[in-house]
Design a protein around this ligand. Structure first.
Ligand code: NAP
Length: 477
């Protein structure tokens, strides 16, 4: 806006912060550089916050430093940081998806509150003349509050579903597509009308409808698709922040919002592709349910072989090459440290040990990479699906630990399977498959049986992943 003086140092600082965020994203793309990436993010955020405080506190513009405002801001930062530190230290890796959902709800609510504050006091934000809000700002505000409110209520539902406070089953309202499209059209129509008429009722109706549509959009989506939804809401929260960045004339917020918005959208796309689901079908909802409900189904009785930890240790010790396939169960039982110990012992026995990571193993992208990195598994031993899949055929043992769907050959052969088309790890091609899970009844996320359990060359190791690996490690001595 022409009436706002732009501090050139602030613009420069925001640019530096933006570069830090880009470097942070780049660093986070590999476990080897992720800590550096995180540090870049912290530096960027510190630069952005300090610059905003120094240049955008209205009382500073007037020349006088309002001690009360500064104390309030510092107290808010202190409380937020304390909550963040305690949560980050306490959270279990398996609860990470719901934590991310909870954080997104806060971003959404922040966008709503900023938009509401700007609407109620536009003069202070420099977005109005004589009480008339600029048209451009009305569009930014309307979009900001709509996306923010959708992100908030959608993320709250995603949190409740992931945290088990609400069933994972899709809740299908009759005629929901018509209702959703109607509400979305009403929101867009009202934002368009808001550019002509800044009456409060329009603004607040957009807000209420947006809270409602966030709720309506997410309840029909089943637990299985929730991680995609979380990533999609992550993307929304980025766009909401970017819209508010325009309202607040804050370049750092625009850059950060656009980075979060686009990276979240790309991540959702990658997840959909790895699960062989179309983005539209995820949004339309109705896929997946409670795994407990799914496991209750009567299953075909087929013969299978059970082995003990000692049997497994004997076979592993004889192998030339072992490929370890971790999945959600490894995360649940926190078996990664013991697993690394097993890998080290096998290496000491002269066995070649590799880890195969499926892009959607676990419950969030990078889930397995993070856990293996936490357990100090060497990065050079960790391979992505496309780099290792051809090796199973020349491998003595595929050691599957708490993975299921990502090893299911039905994805390649059974057109009726819900996971048909999803790329899977070819564990069945290994000479022997050792398969750790707690019971034959338990199913993976997609709720389907796995032919690998019943193959001649498979030995089922039934029990908690961590306990089983601990026993194998003992037997390897
Ligand atoms: P999965 O198919 O969910 O299977 C998990 C396996 O772990 C089950 O066989 C379960 O059997 C076993 N298990 C659970 N707790 C265990 C414990 N304490 N000890 C030993 N075993 C345990 O897991 P996955 O192969 O990793 O596949 C991931 C699934 O999540 C895919 O369907 C994927 O599409 C979906 N998903 C992932 C993402 C992502 O971003 N990663 C996103 C969306 C969806 P028991 O109950 O018998 O033990």
């Amino acid at each position: 806006m022409e009436h706002l003086t732009v501090n050139p140092f602030a613009s420069l600082a925001y640019l530096v912060a933006g570069v830090c965020f880009i470097l942070a994203l780049r660093g986070l793309s590999s476990p080897a550089t992720s800590q550096r990436g995180n540090r870049m993010g912290i530096i960027g955020m510190t630069i952005a916050v300090v610059t905003t405080l120094v240049t955008h506190v209205p009382t500073l513009d007037a020349g006088a430093l309002d001690a009360v405002t500064i104390v309030e801001i510092l107290a808010a930062i202190g409380i937020g940081a304390a909550i963040g530190i305690v949560t980050a230290r306490k959270i279990a890796m398996t609860d990470m998806p719901q934590l991310v959902a909870a954080f997104h709800s806060l971003v959404g609510m922040a966008a709503v509150l900023v938009a509401a504050a700007a609407f109620l006091n536009p003069q202070a934000f420099g977005i109005a003349e004589n009480g008339v809000i600029f048209v451009q700002s009305r569009i930014e505000m309307g979009l900001g509050i709509a996306i923010g409110a959708i992100t908030f209520s959608g993320s709250v539902i995603a949190f409740l579903k992931l945290n088990g406070n609400m069933g994972g089953k899709p809740i299908m309202l009759p005629g929901r597509h018509v209702i959703n499209l109607g509400v979305l059209a009403a929101i867009l129509g009202l934002i368009a009308y808001f550019t002509q008429d800044q009456s409060p009722w329009i603004f607040w109706t957009v807000t209420i409808l947006s809270f409602a549509i966030g709720f309506l959009l997410i309840i029909p989506i089943g637990g299985a698709d929730m991680p995609v939804v979380v990533s999609m809401l992550n993307s929304y929260s980025g766009w909401a922040a970017a819209a508010m960045g325009f309202t607040l004339h804050n370049t750092a917020m625009i850059i950060t919002g656009a980075l979060v918005g686009s990276s979240g959208a790309i991540l959702s796309y990658i997840m959909c592709k790895a699960m062989n689901r179309s983005f539209i079908s995820v949004i339309a909802g109705g896929f997946g349910g409670d795994s407990a409900a799914a496991s209750g189904e009567a299953k075909e009785q087929r013969p299978w072989k059970r082995g003990s930890a000692e049997d497994a240790a004997f076979l592993l010790g004889q192998a030339e090459q072992v490929i370890i396939v971790p999945g959600y169960g490894m995360a649940v039982s926190q078996a990664q440290h013991t697993l690394r110990e097993m890998g080290d012992k096998l290496k000491a026995h002269g066995v070649r040990v590799k880890y195969a990571i499926h892009p959607v193993a676990g419950r969030m992208p990078g889930h397995m990479n993070v856990l293996l990195a936490e357990a100090n598994v060497p990065y050079d031993d960790v391979f992505e699906l496309e780099d290792i899949n051809s090796e199973f055929a020349q491998t003595d043992i595929a050691f599957v630990i708490g993975a299921n769907d990502v090893t299911n050959p039905a994805a390649k052969t059974d057109k009726t399977s819900p996971i048909y088309g999803m790329p899977v790890l070819d564990v069945e091609k290994a000479k022997t498959v050792l398969f750790i899970k707690r019971s034959m009844g338990g199913v993976g996320y997609a709720g389907v049986d796995n032919d690998v359990f019943y193959m001649d060359n498979t030995m089922m190791l039934l029990g908690d992943a961590k306990k089983m690996v601990e026993e194998i490690v003992k037997s390897l001595d």
